[in-house]
Design a protein around this ligand. Structure first.
Ligand code: MN3
Length: 232
């Protein structure tokens, strides 16, 4: 039993350090990650106003509330975002919901900004393309499956492409700000399907937003994350 617990601890520490290796380690007070492009540069696929409100109001709001929740707990101030959201059940009960929603929101949005770029779009290549072909048949079939999940997802949430350590890919949808990060599931691509991500430009037409979004998906970043998590 003790051996099992020890092994689990080692596994968890490896998992956290693997995540840390690819995420800039940040602890309290959390801050908005700098955008790797201007708020205007994802046009025409995402308009400036949507970017501005989404990044500076929505994401900033989650960051503020996350900091507010942690403020009174000195022992949590040393924990990074992955440690916080993967140890929810061990946190003080009164802040679990806030960390789940605002911490999850901070993690999800940080990845969302990172995997988009004005230089994005086109077809994936290299390891990630090979793995997409292996898991889904080809890129078109993968996109079809991903699109379908994103289009049919009811309400507010996220659709993710995740890898396990062995490099197998999986499309996962989560509600609200839940994040599919576990000891063997690492997110490498994500689309925000909350209405605030597209309503100003695309109104109720989520499928138009998804079609536009593929033009700004920055595959080199997706592949970079894939390689780090799978050690390729
Ligand atoms: Mn959002």
């Amino acid at each position: 039993m003790k051996m099992k617990t020890t092994l689990r601890c080692i596994y968890y520490l490896c998992f956290v350090s693997l995540i840390n290796a690819s995420e800039k380690i940040q602890t309290y007070p959390f801050a908005l990650p700098p955008l790797p492009y201007s708020i205007h540069s994802l046009k025409p696929y995402i308009d400036s106003k949507t970017m501005d409100i989404h990044y500076k109001k929505h994401h900033q709001g989650y960051v503020n509330k996350l900091n507010e929740a942690i403020k009174k707990y000195p022992n949590l101030k040393k924990k990074n975002i992955v440690e916080l959201i993967t140890s929810l059940k061990t946190l003080p009960p009164e802040i679990q919901t806030s960390i789940r929603n605002n911490g999850g929101g901070h993690f999800a949005h940080s990845l969302y900004w990172k995997i988009m770029s004005p230089y994005g779009g086109g077809k994936p290549s290299g390891y990630i393309a090979k793995e997409i072909n292996k898991n889904f048949g080809n890129v078109e079939k993968f996109k079809e499956k991903f699109d379908n999940k994103a289009q049919t997802f009811f309400g507010s949430g996220w659709v993710w492409l995740c890898t396990n350590r062995a490099g197998s890919l999986k499309i996962v949808a989560t509600k609200g700000h839940d994040v599919p990060i576990t000891q063997d599931l690492f997110p490498i691509l994500v689309i925000d399907v909350w209405e605030h991500a597209y309503y100003l430009k695309h109104q109720n037409k989520r499928s138009d937003y998804i079609n536009d979004w593929w033009n700004i998906v920055y595959w080199p970043e997706v592949e970079k994350l894939y390689k780090k998590y799978t050690n390729k």
